[in-house]
Design a protein around this ligand. Structure first.
Ligand SMILES: Nc1ncnc2c1ncn2[C@@H]1O[C@H](COP(=O)(O)OP(=O)(O)O)[C@@H](O)[C@H]1O
Ligand SMILES: [Mg+2]
Length: 287
């Protein structure tokens, strides 16, 4: 059984008004537990609308979402419980830090789950360590932190609920390259250690290419591709028509190949590109 099954999901904002907008239109999707799924698409393609359905924050206009075979919107209780099972980190989540201390902010979710104090403390420590927030920060106000640190505290607040599925909407938006790299490695590490499913929304092909095992491409409220990275990046022309590009390492590998360098197989991460270049260099030396 798929962990998440989306059937004919559509969402219409402000129906029956002059502002009516079909944001997603008949989406079907199945994912398995433990997958790392990258979601990309141009601005306005429906990514955020879609993922807000995954934890019942938005209600479908039609269609449904099954989590382990059960409709997440079946009852009020199932809608409430899904929020702890499928944790959603909004875009710019740092704007939602509002407690007096970092500790209290991370503890907010577990507190709502009515866990005991000891259990809450344990989860806060665990979540903070996943995102690299030191205990020295626990008593500080979130307002004293840097942008990247605030973002990590906000992510810890969701991780502290120990969700089975972690959904992040553009978690690296607005961060400098080092901040981006840290957050992505935190997410990969978290997923490796907990075995959780991760949905990562991004408008950057390069970001998604670095870590996703499966890529879902949104275009005008529909899914255009849902496949392994190399399959998706083989459609450079279609991606370009959607205002997306293939990852930079793929473009570089292609121009090196055109210049006669022996580049092997699909290249879409920096690591693979580097390996291929080193291999080609070695071959050159032997010649
Ligand atoms: N609260 C809202 N009210 C009305 N229209 C919205 C709202 N949120 C998003 N939209 C519209 O729905 C479409 C999809 O938006 P969104 O899901 O935010 O896309 P993405 O996250 O891919 O940028 C866009 O046309 C957007 O303008
Ligand atoms: Mg969005």
């Amino acid at each position: 059984m798929p962990e998440i099954k989306v059937e004919g999901l559509s969402h219409v904002y402000s129906p029956g008004t002059p502002f009516e907008k079909v944001a997603i239109d008949g989406i079907d999707l199945e994912t398995e537990h433990g997958e790392l799924v990258g979601i990309i698409g141009h601005t306005g393609s429906g990514k955020s609308t879609f993922i807000q359905h995954l934890n019942a924050l938005l209600q479908p206009s039609s269609g449904r979402i099954l989590y382990n075979g059960e409709d997440i919107n079946a009852t009020k209780a199932s809608r409430r419980n899904i929020k702890y099972k499928i944790g959603l980190v909004f875009q710019y989540p740092e704007y939602q830090l509002f407690e007096e201390t970092v500790f209290a902010d991370i503890a907010f979710g577990p507190k709502n789950m009515k866990l005991g104090e000891e259990e809450i403390r344990e989860r806060v420590y665990e979540a903070a360590s996943f995102v690299g927030i030191d205990r020295d920060y626990f008593d500080k106000s979130p307002l004293e932190l840097s942008g990247g640190q605030k973002r990590r505290v906000a992510i810890a607040g969701v991780i502290a609920m120990r969700p089975d599925v972690l959904v992040l909407d553009e978690p690296t938006a607005g961060l400098d390259p080092e901040g981006c790299r840290q957050i992505l490695s935190n997410i990969c590490e978290y997923r490796k250690e907990t075995g959780s499913t991760v949905f990562l929304v991004s408008h950057s092909m390069d970001t998604v290419a670095e870590i996703a095992e499966r890529i879902i491409v949104f275009n005008n409220g529909n899914i255009s591709f849902n496949a392994k990275p190399e399959e998706v990046f083989a459609h450079a022309k279609e991606l370009e028509d959607m205002g997306l590009s293939v990852p930079a390492p793929t473009l570089i590998a292609e121009s090196l190949k055109a210049k006669g360098l022996p580049i092997d197989g699909p290249v879409y991460t920096h690591e693979k590109l580097l390996n291929e270049i080193l291999k080609a260099k070695g071959a050159n030396k032997d010649a």
